[in-house]
Design a binder for this molecule. Sequence first.
Ligand code: SF4
Length: 76
Amino acid sequence: MNADGRWTVEVDRSVCVGNRMCVATAPEVFALVDGKARPRTERVAAGAELVDAYESCPVSAIVLRGETGEQIDPEA
Ligand code: SF4
């Protein structure tokens, strides 16, 4: 797992079902807006809480990207 540096966080709102799991797990990173999650800030410090939020999403709507824009799968 690449746990260094900062990650870019995106939420695919066309997929999000608004169950708030990511908001409950990482409230400083995610907010619910109009019934769907949205990152509060695009660039965030990589860390376990963010990985937990990523893993908690039942529809894989959360996308994490590394410093160069590559998609990160913290479960890999
Ligand atoms: S955990 Fe996934 S489905 Fe639930 S609010 Fe967050 S992004 Fe949306």
